[in-house]
Design a protein around this ligand. Structure first.
Ligand code: GLU
Length: 487
């Protein structure tokens, strides 16, 4: 196989979408796995919708994800420029060549004429293909004269009337029957070329060997195969990966949550986790692994493990993958990053280093995101809950819970006000004392103590949690229980 060259070809008409990021990822991985080249090509011929700002933002997102390309608008290579708006002369050159060879022709039809042609065909039960006079060689002279007089025609490709076959890495053998498409425009009368045409010219010129993209492009491929043939170029290999859908099986959209990569960046997802999750949307690891780093993945990546069925986007799984990637980080790095997400006025910052270290040890595993940590600490350590959930209410209803809260409240009141916290040993001592005094054991003892001191029916082990919880918070929690039970 000649050197693999793949490309990601976004249109800069919006933010980088997770579907686009997945396409970029597959191309990147394939280039890395085959020691090939990954090209970024900006498809900005839709001048009205394309902006330099979106191009810059999409590049930022690709870089955040770690999808470094080898050639692109800001990475000169042999086959540049890499922005289609800067390649108009190249498209013009090929279009003239196709016209000379009779494979394309100038078309002067007006919008109205085209519309009338379509309506007539539909009325007569024929496909709405172009049947205008300009495809006919006897009008070529007239066309040349009108062109010379300054009129601006479009350029239409003469679509061969025969079937085309695509052997796709994902979809298998795809047959496009004859007469599926009529003569189509490749250069608009404004002089701007259309996607199907530029894409092929660029893929030929840039020596692209494999095209990995979304299944939604499958219907474009027949036109593209025609153009490759007309240019006497061998088409690249294709892999049309399945679409992303929501859990309701509808096309992925904003309704299913954030769809722009930048939203995930802002919500503190790890780029490595995003790549991991996106990769699994439509591709599976040969060893059935679902957590891996980009580097671990590269040796396993190939085009044969794509799934044919649509990939269901599941935000809960994405969050879980993020949590798993936090666990892969080394502890000091994780703590460093986590602390960046704790607001400066959070009570965390008012505590000793030892306290912070212990809090980090205790809560780090409950994080799915960096910014979970501050919330989890707040809820477990500093917060006096306003209400109780159903499970907590059951414990509250146990007759012994009020006794426990009363005893704990009394014991905590005996602690000197200079002692902000209760040591593990002192906690154990008081616990044993109350247990003996009340003659309690088992669930009523443990659950009642937990609810009294933490305000919750579940959480980390008391022996770890209590020494981190301020005594005055625990007192208030006991009082809360007592005021509730009294009602
Ligand atoms: N600009 C096209 C898109 O964003 C590229 C499609 C292709 O990869 O050929 O969908």
């Amino acid at each position: 196989m000649s050197e693999v060259r793949v490309r990601f070809a976004p249109s800069p008409t919006g933010y980088l979408h997770i579907g686009g990021a997945r396409t970029a990822l597959y191309n990147y991985l394939f280039a890395k796995a085959t020691k090939g080249t990954f090209v970024l090509r900006i498809e900005d011929t839709d001048l009205e919708r394309s902006t330099k700002e979106f191009e810059a933002l999409q590049i930022l997102d690709l870089k955040w994800l770690g999808l470094e390309y080898d050639e692109g608008p800001d990475k000169p290579g042999k086959y540049g420029p890499y922005r289609q708006s800067e390649r108009l002369e190249i498209y013009q050159k090929y279009a003239l060549q196709l016209i000379e060879q009779g494979k394309a022709f100038y078309c002067f039809c007006s919008e109205e004429e085209l519309e009338a042609m379509k309506e007539k065909a539909t009325r007569e039960g024929r496909p709405p293909h172009y049947e205008g006079k300009w495809r006919n060689p006897e009008f070529f002279e007239e066309a040349a004269a009108r062109l010379a007089a300054g009129e601006k025609p479009s350029i239409r490709f003469r679509a061969p009337n025969k079937p085309y076959v695509l052997n796709d890495h994902v979809r298998g053998r795809v047959v496009y029957p004859e007469n599926m498409v009529g003569d189509f425009v490749i250069v608009r009368s404004s002089g701007l070329p259309v996607y199907n045409y530029c894409c092929v010219v660029d893929d030929v010129e840039m020596k692209i060997t494999h095209v990995i993209r979304g299944e939604d492009h499958l219907s474009n491929t027949v036109r593209q195969l025609m153009i490759y043939e007309a240019l006497s170029a061998t088409p690249p290999e294709f892999a049309h990966v399945s679409l992303l859908i929501g859990q309701d099986r509808q096309k992925l959209s904003k309704r299913h949550g954030a769809t722009a990569v930048v939203n995930y960046k802002e919500e503190s997802y790890l780029p490595g986790a995003a790549l991991n999750y996106l990769c699994l949307l439509g591709w599976s690891h040969p060893e059935e692994k679902d957590i891996f780093t980009k580097e671990e993945l590269i040796p396993f990546f190939n085009l044969e493990r794509f799934s044919k069925s649509p990939a269901i986007y599941d935000i809960e799984k994405f969050k879980w993958v993020n949590g798993q990637h936090l666990k892969l980080m080394n502890e000091s790095e994780l703590r460093n990053q986590t602390e960046k997400f704790i607001e400066k006025d959070h009570l965390y910052w008012a505590q000793s280093d030892e306290w912070k270290t212990n809090a980090f040890k205790l809560f780090k595993d409950s994080m799915l995101f960096f910014n979970d940590f501050a919330r989890v600490v707040q809820e477990n350590v500093f917060q006096i809950d306003e209400s109780f959930d159903d499970k907590a209410k059951e414990i509250l209803a146990m007759p012994t819970t009020k006794d426990l809260a009363t005893h704990w409240n009394a014991e905590l009141n005996l602690i000197s006000s200079s002692d902000k916290f209760l040591s593990q040993a002192n906690f154990q001592k008081i616990f044993d004392k109350i247990k003996t005094a009340l003659q309690l054991k088992g669930k009523p003892l443990f659950m009642g103590t937990r609810l009294s001191l933490t305000g919750k029916d579940h959480g980390p082990e008391l022996k770890d949690l209590i020494p981190l919880t301020p005594v005055d918070v625990m007192k208030k929690r006991c009082q809360k229980i007592l005021s509730f039970s009294a009602q």
